[in-house]
Design a protein around this ligand. Structure first.
Ligand SMILES: C[S@@+](CC[C@H](N)C(=O)[O-])C[C@H]1O[C@@H](n2cnc3c(N)ncnc32)[C@H](O)[C@@H]1O
Length: 260
């Protein structure tokens, strides 16, 4: 109605189905936009602060994976893994480094007269490893560290042991180069790993499932070609045992650091 309009206003259709009254309501809304953006920024800043605070209080790691690990592997441990652990960890001598110690499942399988240092980047795993070492009365130096950056001098160790670890490391080649660096020439590297099938349907399934599996299983890749990677890192694989499990081949092996 013309009478209800201010002097320079006319009721007209904008051609976009909007009436003038609606446009002036939008004008009011437009004035609110900076306020809404400001509120959004404050809310974002507050959420980021809360997240940062939570991260400071809770170190990164996989609390639930650590909590269920021993339970989940128990049957397999009794059937096969325990024997393989004895074959691999049982050969350790002198100064020994265990990479990716987890809950310390290898501790009962080491000889008594070694000096054991063990690393893992997951504080929840280390906490459990500490408890297991105490229960077994075994002295172990536990260090929060990753395989990709081992905090030790070159040629520090006579033996390195890693079991079911290289499926999960972020950088396989770099981790193996670090193992080679800290191992003395002629030293022993013992490993147990599940690996990609050589070929066929199983290998294809492993490739297809890995992107999802990684997310639910703490970064575990089902399709790593770890034995080939160990050889590519310059180790001589002197013993290799292969087991065809239903969903993935498992290997247990001994490699030597080349003496020269
Ligand atoms: C499947 S668990 C195996 C634990 C133990 N070695 C065993 O045989 O039961 C994998 C372990 O590797 C550790 N891990 C993951 N990424 C790693 C990395 N970049 N360097 C060293 N350890 C790593 C995990 O925290 C976890 O403890």
């Amino acid at each position: 109605m013309a009478g209800s309009c201010p002097p320079r206003c006319r009721n007209f259709s904008t051609g976009f189905g909007l009436r003038r009254e609606n446009i002036s309501k939008m004008g009011r809304f437009r004035r609110l936009i900076p306020v809404l953006i400001g509120l959004g920024l404050v809310a974002g800043w507050w959420a980021a602060r809360r997240r940062a605070g939570r991260n400071r209080r809770q170190p990164s790691g996989h609390r639930w994976f650590a909590a269920v690990y021993d339970l989940a592997t128990g049957r397999f441990e009794n059937r096969m893994l325990g024997r393989l652990r004895t074959e691999v960890a049982g050969l350790a001598e002198g100064r020994v480094l265990e990479v990716g110690v987890g809950t310390g499942a290898n501790f009962p399988h080491y000889p008594a007269n070694i000096r054991l240092v063990a690393i893992d980047p997951d504080p929840f795993m280390l906490r459990r490893a500490k408890r297991r070492a105490r229960a077994l009365g075994r002295e172990v130096e536990l260090v929060l560290a990753s395989a990709e950056a081992l905090p030790f001098r070159d040629h520090t160790f006579d033996t390195v042991v890693a079991t079911l670890v290289f499926c999960s490391v972020a950088d396989l080649a770099r981790s193996l180069a670090e193992v080679r660096r800290v191992l003395r020439p002629g030293g022993t590297f013992g490993f147990i790993e599940h690996v990609r099938a050589h070929a066929g349907l199983l290998a294809q399934v492993q490739d297809a499932v890995t992107p999802v599996w990684r997310r639910v299983a703490a970064g575990c890749h089902l399709n790593r070609q770890t034995v080939e990677a160990i050889e590519a890192a310059g180790f001589d694989v002197v013993r290799l045992e292969e087991h065809a499990l239903p969903f993935m081949p498992l290997v247990a092996g001994i490699a030597r650091h080349p003496s020269t």
